[in-house]
Write a protein that binds this ligand. Sequence first.
Ligand SMILES: [Fe+2]
Length: 255
Amino acid sequence: MVHHFYDICTMLLSLFKKKIQPDLSFIAVDMHSHLLPGIDDGLQDIEKTISFMQDLHAVGYKKFICTPHILNGVHNNSPETILPVLDNVRALLKERNIPILVEAAAEYMVDDSFEELVKSDRPLLIFGRNNILIEMSYMAPSPNLYQVIFDLKMKGLNPILAHPERYNYYHMDFEKYIEIKGRDIFFQVNLLSLSGYYGKQVKKTAEKLSEKGMVEFIGTDMHHDNHLMAFKQLTSSKYLYDLLKNKPLLNTTLL
Ligand SMILES: [Fe+2]
């Protein structure tokens, strides 16, 4: 219902806004998505995976680093569940001669079991130069966030915090973002946060983080059709390019 109302509003708004040709080639690499089919709350069908990737490829993405959730008890993923699905997607792209690069990592929920995993010798799904994507619950911050950041850094890894702008409990306390950033961690903002898809406060926070140069990565966090629809709406408006122009994004270093 909420999504439906949102879609109608954005459609009406778009009638009054000047449309431009989407060009996301300055991002080039999407390093946060749920496009791998059937292993979390993202896409469920491999044909859809291919069609979403083609749609995104058409507006400038060259590579997708897919990041299925790893959340103990909810999405019990691991390299064993994720990598075979990556192989299937790559095989189908190859079979159809579609020139899209695909890799897989994960979006790790920072909880006790993740802390235990980091302390163990079991392999972690990383990408680029030792980057690892982590997230917290939308309900409450992870009490062990700083411990986990420390442990990851001791392993020579660079943690990237997924969608900091979506943690509502920090919206009234911007200092908290500065404090977390002080732990030498990268921030990844969702493109759709800038469209207002997740609400006004999320949009405002994403803009503030971006304006203050606190955003290193931009991700689609693409899960389903509504996301793709909102994405197309956002990327055909000039606003996005004005906001991100001249920002020191690191996405292209992952090419
Ligand atoms: Fe995500």
